[in-house]
Write a protein that binds this ligand. Structure first.
Ligand code: NDP
Length: 235
């Protein structure tokens, strides 16, 4: 396993960075895409915006030429543009869907070519608890994250017989720049509704992702794995 090549989108900060760090620590060959900044020590950083297929193709070529074909892809890059439905512009909706869902489509489509050739692959999509739980003010974001469940399950049906698994990780509230933007009272309210009583660290998501990439998870596909301290139970 340790020799396998991993690509994590949005690996310069937050959850993506923690995932890349964990793969490096486990001995994988790790590349990250970043629009700005650099991935953690031991990774190859390639520039790409996930809304741009040409940039992604160039990034994949660089990874393939430097490390080899991508065998494990983690579609992590994502954005929020929160507001209530009546105030949400078409651009607020379209840009979030283009990044979170469209970005996943572009990245996974490109990665699947090499996986099909190798007859082995791991596709791991970073969704969110709000994809299935819902969230006022996040119609765009929660829709884009719920769609990843259909994506992984359809991919499982298309490629499951070729040694490729596709799973969704659904984090709850994780301590990153994305949640730091929430007002203090909102953060306190959320903590009251989380059975664990706290937010998680990015590393608590990373460990689940690396496990899904391992041989121990070879027979798990089309699953939604919550990492949410119990917030989304039953959804
Ligand atoms: P951050 O805001 O800390 O980081 C987002 C990452 O996505 C950055 O690396 C950013 O790159 C990258 N990114 C955004 N847009 C693009 C784009 N168009 N092209 C390429 N890269 C892009 O977010 P988190 O680490 O918190 O979130 C990571 C993932 O986890 C997201 O998909 C998010 O929806 C999901 N998630 C997060 C939760 C949380 O509580 N934090 C909870 C549930 C899910 P750049 O720095 O260049 O902008």
């Amino acid at each position: 396993m340790a020799e396998r090549v991993v690509l994590v989108t949005g690996g310069n900060r937050g959850i993506g960075r923690a995932i890349a760090e964990r793969f490096v620590a486990d001995g994988f060959k790790v590349a990250v895409t970043a629009r700005s900044g650099e991935g953690p020590a031991g990774t190859l950083t390639v520039r790409a915006d996930v809304t741009d297929s040409a940039q992604l193709d160039a990034a994949f070529l660089e990874v393939e030429n430097t490390l080899g074909p991508v065998e494990i892809v983690v579609a992590n890059a994502g954005i929020t543009k929160d507001t209530l439905l009546l105030r949400m512009s078409e651009d607020d909706f379209d840009s979030v869907v283009a990044t979170n869902l469209g970005g996943t489509f572009r990245v996974v489509k490109r990665a699947s070519k090499g996986m099909l050739r190798a007859r082995w692959g791991r596709v791991i999509l970073i969704s969110s608890v709000v994809g299935l739980y819902g969230s006022a003010g996040q119609i765009n974001y929660s829709s884009s994250k719920a769609a990843l469940v259909g994506f992984a399950r359809s991919l499982t049906r298309e490629l499951g017989a070729r040694g490729i698994t596709a799973n969704v990780v659904a984090p709850g509230f994780i301590e990153t720049d994305m949640t730091a933007e929430l007002p203090a009272e909102t953060q306190a309210d959320y903590k009251k509704s989380i059975p664990a009583g706290r937010f998680a660290t990015p590393d608590e998501v990373a460990g689940v992702v690396t496990w899904l990439a391992s041989d121990d998870a070879a027979y798990i596909s089309g699953a939604v794995i919550p990492v949410d301290g119990g917030l989304g139970m039953g959804h």
